[in-house]
Design a binder for this molecule. Sequence first.
Ligand SMILES: Cc1ncc(COP(=O)(O)O)c(C=O)c1O
Length: 429
Amino acid sequence: MQEYFALPPLAIAAGRGGWLVDTEGREYLDGNASVWTNVHGHRDPDLDAALIAQLGKVAHSTMLGLTHAPGAELAAELVKLAPPGLGRVFYSDNGSNAVEIALKLSFQFWQLTGQPEKRGVIGLAGGYHGDTFGAMAVGDSGFFHDRFRPWCFPSDHFPAPVCDEWAGHARQADGTKSLDALRALLSRRAAETACVILEPSVQGAAGMRLQPPGFVSDVARLCREHGVHLILDEVFVAFGRLGKMLVSADEGVIPDFLCLAKGLTGGYLPLAATLARDEIFEAFLGSYESRRAFFHGHTFTGNPLGAAVALANLRKLRPLIESGQLQERIAHFGRTIDKAFAQHRRVGEIRQRGFAAALDLVPVRGSPKRFPEAERVGLQVCLRARDYGLLIRPLGDSLLLVPSPGLSTAELDQLVGRTVCAIDAVLPI
Ligand SMILES: Cc1ncc(COP(=O)(O)O)c(C=O)c1O
């Protein structure tokens, strides 16, 4: 907050399409998709209409002991999109909660089926699953969460695979060591392990750390062989972010639990869902006094406004994916990044997949030297980007470019072009 208060405040008053407008009337391209949530742009007419229509019916009604049409319809849609067998949907209201629910369901399942010693969790190094305690416990976000370790339950982590990729270039891609480490962990600990959790394909908050093709299905196979649940956290990667609805369904991977949030409502409202396999659901059935029920619920779980706008989001997204339009935009984004940064003297590694990219800023390309942390170079570039009408966010000295899938190719060019201007202004050659 000390740093934030020292900067001129920037308050957003309006938005349209890929753009946000501040209270002074200045326009900014939203290169962060409003924290990785926005899918079709701001004030999308179809999403607005769905929301207004639902407002004419009811804004909120609980899902404790009741249901409602948009919630039920959305659950049916999600089940259709999900890998086969994930027939049950548990709603909540943000990504961290979707993860907490998957973890608790996994823990309780093993208790209910007579294996209470299966309590451990294995996550992927660099994993981020949210800021609540369970999510922190299974994540690996370094100093973001380190000071809360004493209050977190212990978990293991296996090393992430290596994979640099953008616009068809792949400097390195190898998941072998990572999979060997997971296999070794599972061989020793499967009997005490409830689940493995990871973000499939791209670890967003770790700085767009990519996984080689086939990595997630190899992890799924190891989990199955060792009788351990697999939780896929698609909070970041789903709903067009990587050009598909769901990474798991696209790659033919069947997890036990699937966590969804962010883009589910096109970035309009807080809504999340944890999908579970039918067999897991069935283990929770029993009389009240058998105490098999899952005692977990959030007040705004499955909010009807969120569900109505999520249905409109999915209706609008499907043709964009099926027609190949999103893939074309992604290819264009990759080529533009390649042209602008592959030879840029201030950019070391580039990682891009779908509408997700990270550029590591360095003093000189090819040299191992890094900027001193206190210079806050990444932040300085993002602040300068505002002068060029662009909102992006840094992660240390990496710039994260996370456009809405709804941006046009011309807007994607502007995103990259304005980023170049900001880098060159802060770090002139
Ligand atoms: C992969 C992943 N999981 C979970 C979360 C947490 O979601 P939320 O911020 O909605 O709690 C995030 C947020 O960035 C995320 O990227």
